[in-house]
Design a protein around this ligand. Structure first.
Ligand code: FES
Length: 145
């Protein structure tokens, strides 16, 4: 079996929603200290709905495919649903990632959370802090997977 699914290859070679939103309502940037890859997500939010999302990922093919798929999964969705998106769901939507590449999908989950947190912070919106764990700890957890 090929190492990467057709969907991973498709989203890697033809990533959706690449770029930057100049007047974004929330921006999240996360990185993995081990591989050095960085992912940045921009959100445009109206009435709690993600009306637009773009990403810039300086990283491996799995990170690019994960960002692309994650943006597709949260576009047009309420923030509450975007917050529930897990890296496993992103990997499943890509028809799987090799075990040693699962940490790449973690970046997508974290970047979305960071962007939503940024939106809440900028707008003085109260939120449940327990839903926003420190990415550094998550990163550590992912490395142990
Ligand atoms: Fe760094 Fe994939 S190897 S995110």
């Amino acid at each position: 079996m090929a190492l990467y699914s057709d969907k991973v290859m498709d989203h890697f070679t033809n990533p959706r929603n690449v770029g930057k939103i100049e007047d974004a309502d929330g921006v999240g940037e996360v990185g993995n200290a081990v591989c050095g890859d960085i992912m940045k997500i921009y959100l445009k939010i109206e009435n709690d709905i993600i009306v637009d999302v773009k990403f810039n990922t300086f990283g491996c093919g799995s990170a690019i495919a994960s960002s692309s798929m994650a943006t597709e999964l949260i576009k047009g969705k309420p923030l509450s649903q975007a917050l529930e998106l897990t890296n496993k769901a992103v990997a499943e939507a890509l028809d799987g990632l090799p075990a040693h590449k699962m940490h790449c999908s973690v970046l997508a989950e974290e970047a979305i959370r960071a962007a939503i947190k940024d939106y809440y912070d900028r707008h003085g919106i109260e939120y449940d802090k327990s839903k926003f764990p420190d990415p550094a700890e998550e990163e550590h957890k992912a490395d142990e997977d």
